[in-house]
Write a protein that binds this ligand. Structure first.
Ligand SMILES: Nc1nc2c(c(=O)[nH]1)N[C@H]1C(S)=C(S)[C@@H](COP(=O)(O)O)O[C@H]1N2
Ligand SMILES: [Mo]
Length: 167
């Protein structure tokens, strides 16, 4: 929505904070050090186009386990370089039930800035606007009423592919 964001590999940190017992500040190498899992998955933009790719990266649940998320947290808010106040959010139950990945690679190639370096959230079976790119902070929150950038503009917070695009 503001064009490509360019994030430096050496200075990058992913902050995981909010309702956690152990806030994290992970480098790009830290993300690479987690077990890397791969999924073949479609990205469906609400505008009608889609593509299928192999997505590879750490499990977000594994990272959240290391942060020791409080039982009061219900959502994860993704703060991005282009929308630092909170680009989008996903339910924690959805993240855990679907083993959502943070894709460092697309078809075995490290993401370019255009594709979301350092990673793109693989929001399986959710519309493309939930697939956050250029994420700098994941905040655990109990605010079930939080709405991200597109969601505030009227797009569905569920964002299930095949479901309504608008609320
Ligand atoms: N931070 C951020 N993430 C974003 C966007 C954006 O504007 N900013 N656009 C979203 C939309 S609408 C889609 S369809 C996908 C596109 O992903 P792609 O660039 O890998 O095709 O990224 C999503 N992630
Ligand atoms: Mo999109």
């Amino acid at each position: 929505l503001k064009g490509t964001q360019v994030i430096g590999r050496d200075t990058y940190r992913l902050v995981v904070d909010g309702l956690v017992q152990t806030p994290l500040s992970l480098s790009y190498a830290d993300l690479q050090a987690y077990d890397q899992e791969s999924w073949l998955m479609d990205l469906n933009c609400v505008e009608g186009w889609s593509f299928t790719a192999k997505w590879t990266g750490p499990s977000l649940s594994a990272i959240l386990d290391d942060a020791r998320v409080d039982s009061s947290a219900v959502i994860a808010i993704f703060h991005t370089e282009d929308v630092p106040e909170g680009y989008t959010s996903l339910d924690l139950k959805y993240i855990r039930d679907n083993n959502i990945l943070l894709a460092l690679k697309l078809n075995d190639i490290t993401l370019t800035p255009e594709r979301g370096f350092p990673f793109q959230v693989v929001a399986k079976s959710k519309y493309g606007y939930k697939w956050a790119k250029w994420v700098t902070r994941i905040e655990l929150s109990s605010d079930a009423d939080f709405r991200g950038y597109w969601e505030r503009a009227g797009y569905s917070n569920d964002a299930d592919v095949g479901g309504p695009a608008f609320e």
